[in-house]
Every structure is written in C-alpha cells, then in structure tokens.
Design a protein around this ligand. Structure first.
Ligand SMILES: [Zn+2]
Length: 128
C-alpha cells in the first residue's frame, strides 16, 4: 500500500485463487483473500524488508512493517513456492482467480457469483 516494500516476479503465477481459510481471514481481517503462487526462484523483493509473522508452526507470512499490508505466505513443506496477495500487485486485475479454496472455513455471508470451482480444502490437498 505505502510502497516501502516492493517486489517483482519474473514469470506468470502458477496458480491464482481465493482463500476462505480462517488463518487468512484473521491475519487480514477480511472475509477472503486472493492469492497468486510464484516459483520462489522467480520472486524477489526489490525495495525494503518485510516483517515476518509465523501464523502457524510451518507458515510464515510477510507484511509491510510501515503500513501493515499483507504480502506473502510461505509454507515450510513447499519451499520452492511463495504465495503473494493478489491485491498487493500494482495490477491485480491481470491475474483473476481460477478457483476458491478452503470453503470448509468459509464465513458464510459472502456469496460469489463467479461460477468458479470451489474446494473444501486446498485444490492440491496440501496443508493449510
Ligand atoms: Zn488461507
């Protein structure tokens, strides 16, 4: 949001989805969060150093220490990938989601009419 932390990716995302999980909801204080997945080797910070919050034993979330904007999600079991909040991009409209994940945690009062596939957990069955 404030520009103190900037990042860049050198490839298109491998995945684009909307997460309905409780952890994303609480850390952003928003009903759902849109994520892109990039190969870790293709993603880098280009300005500033983000703060890190360990939201569960194997999960690190990075955010801007100046404005609080949530930036990334990294799971220890998938170190080759980094999830990036779609709406922290300069052009979030460029990568619309292809599905919704973690409907098992859904808050219930946001109804999407996008017709996209929904999954009770992760589409890939990986841990939260
Ligand atoms: Zn989530």
């Amino acid at each position: 949001m404030c520009g103190a932390v900037r990042y860049s990716a050198t490839t298109n995302p491998a995945n684009s989805m909307v997460c309905h999980c409780q952890s994303c909801r609480r850390v952003t204080a928003a009903p759902v969060v849109a994520w892109l997945t990039f190969a870790r080797a293709e993603f880098r910070f280009t300005r500033g150093t983000p703060q890190v919050y360990e939201s569960s034993a194997k999960v690190k979330r990075q955010f801007c220490g100046a404005c609080g904007s949530q930036l990334t999600y990294q799971h220890l079991d998938t170190p080759d990938f980094v999830d990036v909040t779609t709406c922290s991009l300069d052009a979030p409209w460029a990568f619309p989601p292809t599905h919704h994940s973690w409907l098992s945690d859904d808050i219930g009062w946001v109804k999407f009419g996008d017709g996209l596939p929904t999954f009770e957990r992760s589409r890939f069955g990986d841990p939260s």
